[in-house]
Design a protein around this ligand. Structure first.
Ligand SMILES: Nc1ncnc2c1ncn2[C@@H]1O[C@H](COP(=O)(O)OP(=O)(O)OP(=O)(O)O)[C@@H](O)[C@H]1O
Length: 267
């Protein structure tokens, strides 16, 4: 029986009279890649916000590694090992790329070491930061100020910050949003590598259907705040409710080829 790392039970959230998320129950196995898709306003971000601790649920429960974590604040979630890609706005613009990533590596480290071990610990943070920068392809620009990076590299830096904190669960909320079309394939390649390394459990919210279909083990389709369908990419592609409610004709060509990533070519 595979380990379930994250589980939600009947998770709901209302904003005034609007029920943004309604009774959502999912189970994400350790080491798997789980995507959440759905049209605009389906409740994906609100659902993510409840898992990451950014907002509290109105009702329902969240379990992580078997323990209930419902409504814990963001910093507690980070210490438990739930990491969400930082927003560009929370990068330190006047610090270098290397300093930003090292701070992220330190953020999860707890001060439980003896004083004389400080240099060892520093070395470990440095190594972790270097490994994260290598993974996202930002080696060579370590001394550049974060503010001076082009937008696409800032998105990569966000991902490096997340990786440096070594979360057990990575939450990626539309990581390609706002990127120039010619930079998207590179970021997708990095996410593919993360997946292939098999070391991470990842939940992705992404609008690019070709990416989601090619990369996911499981897909949850949300619609109007509720789960419309859940299953493997093949099952989702074949589900007439999904076709009708969300994907429509626009994605028919992609759905018939769930294993191919159609990279942007209009660069
Ligand atoms: N803080 C808030 N206050 C009031 N309404 C909100 C708030 N956050 C989200 N909503 C509403 O909840 C619904 C779900 O929004 P949410 O952002 O979770 O959807 P989404 O699937 O992530 O959409 P998108 O793909 O456009 O990002 C929407 O109707 C939205 O307007």
């Amino acid at each position: 029986m595979p380990n379930v790392l994250l589980k939600t039970e009947h998770l709901s959230r209302s904003f005034g009279g609007l029920q943004a998320v309604r009774d959502v129950s999912i189970a994400v196995e350790e080491g798997s890649f789980h995507s959440v898709i759905g049209p605009n306003g389906a409740g994906k971000t609100t659902f993510f916000n409840m898992i990451s601790g950014a907002i509290k649920p109105s009702s329902g429960k969240v379990f992580f590694a078997g323990n209930e974590i419902t409504g814990l604040p963001l910093h507690r979630m980070i210490h438990l090992g739930i990491g969400r890609a930082y927003q560009i706005t929370s990068l330190f613009p006047s610090l270098s790329v290397a300093e930003n990533v090292r701070l992220a590596a330190q953020a999860r480290g707890r001060d439980t070491f003896k004083f004389w071990q400080h240099s060892d610990r520093f070395e470990r943070y440095h190594e972790r930061a270097q490994a994260a920068l290598k993974l996202v392809g930002l080696r060579g620009v370590e001394q550049v100020l974060a503010s001076a990076l082009p937008h696409g590299d800032k998105r990569k830096l966000e991902l490096a910050l997340l990786l440096a904190s070594e979360p057990r669960l990575l939450l990626l909320d539309e990581p390609t949003a706002g990127m120039a079309a010619n930079q998207v394939p590179e970021l997708i390649e990095i996410i593919q590598q993360l997946r292939q390394s098999g070391q991470h459990t990842i939940i992705l919210v992404e609008h690019r259907m070709d990416v989601v279909m090619s990369i996911s083990d499981q897909i949850t389709v949300m619609h109007g705040g509720s789960v419309l369908a859940e299953g493997t990419p093949q099952a989702i592609a074949a589900d007439p409710r999904v076709q009708q409610a969300y994907l429509g004709e626009l994605y028919d060509d992609v759905l018939t080829q769930p294993h191919e990533v159609a990279h942007d070519t209009n660069s």
